[in-house]
Write a protein that binds this ligand. Structure first.
Ligand code: HPA
Length: 252
């Protein structure tokens, strides 16, 4: 049972992982999947922004990525996401594990059943992120001495622009902790496919209006470059300890 990784902005390679590329055809189009071994486990790596990293958040084939991983037998999926911090105690460089999301996307696929004449699945998302994977990530991050914020609320915007300070103030009032552009619908589609899913977010910047200067994509990449080595080590440790038969709320 292979473990999946969907690598976000600034996360496209893992030391020790030397995969083979394959094109996986799905009902939503073909996507590149990189298959190899990490920590003696079979790992399927999907670069969220495409093999040449050119897809903007609203152009990502979310359905095809999840359908491809599902068709290859993936049962557990770890995602990385760059986010802006809405709270001041989440500093650039800190890790964040969401347990809830607020969906402010506007024109993305909502379901794997879309476009098909199937019964519309009303899936339960009381706990959208896998509790077992979230705990495993937090435990390994603590063991490595990394700063990690658990049980955070991820706000997903449509992008590709950053937010206005007024939007960020609204998200803060609504209970948002971090803001990104790629977490939804990925987490929802994974649940539809029956895949346990958790995200390790990297706070790359303070959200608009919280920082003294306007935001740039450059600062997001720069911060990701700094955090990438510990993020790679963290994911490797998580995969080493991941028990595919562990009990979790998603499977009950
Ligand atoms: N907003 C939205 N997406 C992001 C940000 C942000 O501030 N930083 C990294 N991804």
């Amino acid at each position: 049972m292979p473990v999946g990784i969907i690598g976000g902005t600034g996360f496209s390679e893992i030391p020790g992982f030397e995969p083979e590329r394959e094109e996986v055809a799905t009902g939503f189009g073909a996507v590149p999947v990189f298959r190899g071994e990490l920590a003696s486990k079979e790992v399927l790596f999907v670069p969220r922004h495409g093999a040449d990293r050119r897809l903007a958040p609203h152009q990502i084939p979310y359905q095809a990525n999840i359908a491809a991983l599902h068709s290859l037998g993936c049962t557990h999926l770890l995602a990385t996401n760059a986010v802006g911090a809405i709270r001041e105690d989440i500093e650039p460089g800190h890790l964040v594990v969401p347990d809830q999301f607020l969906d402010f996307t506007t024109r993305r696929p909502l379901s794997l059943a879309e476009g098909f004449d199937e019964e519309i699945p009303h899936i339960d998302v009381t706990n959208p992120y896998c509790d077992y994977l979230r705990r495993l990530i937090a435990e390994q991050a603590w063991a490595m001495g990394l700063v990690i914020h658990q049980d955070m609320v991820y706000v997903c915007t449509e992008g590709p622009r950053f937010e206005t300070p007024a939007e960020i103030r609204m998200f803060a009032q609504l209970g948002g902790d971090v803001v990104g552009m790629t977490g939804v619908p990925e987490v929802v589609l994974a649940r539809e496919a029956g895949i346990c899913y958790a995200s390790v977010c990297v706070a790359t910047n303070y959200a608009a209006g919280l920082a003294p200067e306007p935001l740039t994509a450059g600062e997001v990449y720069e911060l990701m470059d700094k955090v990438r080595p510990s993020l790679c080590e963290l994911l490797t440790e998580v995969i080493t300890r991941l028990d595919p038969d562990a009990d979790c709320l998603c499977r009950r």
